[in-house]
Design a protein around this ligand. Structure first.
Ligand SMILES: [Cu+2]
Length: 325
């Protein structure tokens, strides 16, 4: 009797364990609510396949329980054999053809639905696609806009306009993976290769994501966000940002610091995995900083190898301003 109680308690605990996941705020077992047509196709595929999986699960489990009860031993002796049954053509045909048909239906659905994830819609008259180059590095995301504006970790994007993403990683780096679940599928950022995807958000808001390929010690800090804003507001931001980048008021230095330096050296430069920067005399020597960023150190990757002059200057200015005195 005691064994029974322990078994029942264990079974109940096992049943309850997924309940927390099921009601989790991020959608639980379900994918997050899609905000772009390609994310919607992924979501539909999930539900379509889940319907079959759930149907088969219920069929198998219900029959299992029914048979366990119906054919239980009752008063038969323990070593008595059950009835020997051989062959049933109809049943065997059904359980062979059934799954083949199900797989055909699922396969067709997927081949019709999913190419949209990768196929960037062509620019339509009057509204050109916005191309953003996305580069994954240890451990930040860099975005380059057509007018030369650079942003780190947080991408701004216009509402209702197709944003084409060209995703890659520098030659010295490892593979990362771009993934904002509400705006489409996962795309690897591979050195030497450019992967293309897109999104078109119909709603403003901030959509969060995370590097989806284990890329090193601070992979978990490789967060990404896409802030979708009304078109006019976005154009203003882009123009303003370009002006700022040409002047000393650029927020780029701080973004580069937060994105590329602070994750290892601490937000206040106090040191962490990397040595302290706040107490280093190096920060006042912009040439030495540039050398270090371009070539890398003993354990430091050359995070700034591909930075342009604007980026390098923005960061060295920021370092001097923040830690120079
Ligand atoms: Cu990563």
């Amino acid at each position: 009797m005691r064994v029974h109680r322990v078994l029942i308690a264990c079974a109940l605990a096992a049943l309850l364990s997924p309940a927390g996941t099921a009601v989790a705020g991020n959608g639980g077992f379900a994918p997050v609510a899609p905000e772009s047509r390609n994310a919607d196709a992924i979501s539909q595929s999930f539900w379509f396949i889940s319907a079959f999986a759930l149907g088969i699960f219920l069929l198998v489990e219900v029959l299992l329980v029914l048979f366990v009860v119906k054919y239980r031993r009752r008063r038969r002796p323990r070593d008595a054999d059950g009835a020997q049954i051989h062959g049933s053509n109809r049943l065997e045909l059904a359980w062979t053809i059934g799954p083949v048909l199900i797989l055909c239906v699922i396969g067709t659905f997927i081949f019709v639905k999913l190419p949209v994830v990768e196929d960037v819609p062509a620019s339509t008259g009057g509204q050109e696609n916005l191309v953003v180059e996305v580069t994954g590095t240890q451990f930040s995301w860099e975005y380059r806009y057509p007018n030369g504006v650079v942003a780190i970790d947080r991408m701004r994007a216009p509402q209702g306009r197709t944003v084409e993403l060209h995703i890659t990683a520098p030659d010295w780096d490892v593979i990362h993976s771009w993934w904002i679940p509400q705006l489409g599928g996962k795309f690897d950022a591979i050195p030497g290769t450019v992967n293309r995807t897109w999104f078109k958000a119909e709603r403003t808001g901030v959509f969060l994501g995370q590097c989806a390929e284990l890329c090193g010690l601070y992979h978990a800090k490789m967060l990404a966000a896409v802030e979708v804003m009304p078109g006019a507001e976005f154009d203003r931001w882009l123009a303003e940002r370009a002006d700022q980048q040409a002047s000393t008021t650029s927020p780029l230095g701080e973004e580069l610091w937060d994105g590329s330096c602070a994750k290892c050296h601490g937000l206040e430069g106090e040191g962490g995995y990397g040595p302290s920067i706040a107490s280093s005399a190096l920060v006042r020597d912009s040439e030495a900083v540039e050398r270090l960023l371009r070539r890398g150190g003993i354990r430091m990757p050359p995070v700034g190898r591909d930075w342009n002059e604007t980026e390098m200057e923005a960061l060295t200015d920021y370092l001097e301003e923040s830690f120079g005195s």
